[in-house]
Design a binder for this molecule. Sequence first.
Ligand code: TXA
Ligand code: MG
Length: 316
Amino acid sequence: MVNESIIVTAAEYILQGKVVAFPTETVYGLGANALNPLAVAKIFEIKQRPSFDPLIVHISSLESIEKLIQYPDKRIYQLAEKFWPGPLTIVTYKSSLVPDIVTAGLNTVGLRMPANPIALKLIELAGVPIAAPSANKFGLISPTTAQHVKKQLPNIDYIIDGGKTNIGIESTIIMLNDDGFEILRHGAITTDEIEKFIPYHSTHNTENKILSSGMMKSHYSPNKPLYILGIHTIPYPTEECGLLAFSQSSNHAYKKVIQLSQNNDLKECAANLFAAIHEMEESDVRCIVAEPVVEKGIGIAIMDRLKKAAYRFQNS
Ligand code: TXA
Ligand code: MG
């Protein structure tokens, strides 16, 4: 935990309509007072984020969601009891208190109570919900350290350095519908875990889905080409490439190898993934090659991020 005075200052900044980067358990967020449209507009400007892409609203207590949602859907409370604080974002109908700029004009809002003591304290001290996307330039890799934030966004008002985030991959996003829930973005909390409480039901309603970056084919793009071993053709010689290794296979033919876990632990791989991509970006490798992982548990979210990172390089 950082010195409380740092969080107090950050909370004052939030109330003054400024933008503050802060750690959550998933990735760093770029936060502003969710009830202040001008402050929220700064987030879009700093991130160079298109205005059609809605933001997640972060809260620190369950009571505070009442005024943000249209009606108290009991399933939200059921899920909250099980998964909050934690890496689950629940999309539900919003109240008129939530400014349109936050939700990109949608009638729904994504809500999340982060499991990070700094984030929770910041929201509590500010006394307002905090709208926060990941603290990266739009479309690039999310930050898992304060240094990653500084690299991409050198000019923001304030950054709380809370060290490395422990989950390392953005929250699971679900949308509630009449018959259950559907997944808008995979994360550490899996469909199976949520299905224990609420049925999975896809509506094939594309309006919200298209707007969620979780549904975009290309996203989380590194500034060097990324390929998945065994899936893509790699147009560079191995000795000029960097390898993101998930298992102990360390291939010495590569120029650089980053082992994401010593014992094949997928959670550890997820936690180290973005930092490893940032490190490859800064190194002298020409491209990044990632080993695929088994698409089970958090492996689904890892493969989702890798496929989206690789998407725009597939034909180049
Ligand atoms: O782990 C996380 O979720 C991190 C931390 C900072 O909380 N935040 C994050 O925010 O990843 P961002 O903005 O990078 O990604 C949130 C995604 C966006 O792609 C957005 O489209 C989707 O959530 N989203 C937000 N509100 C939505 C809504 N009402 N309907 C559909 N999608 C929504
Ligand atoms: Mg993001």
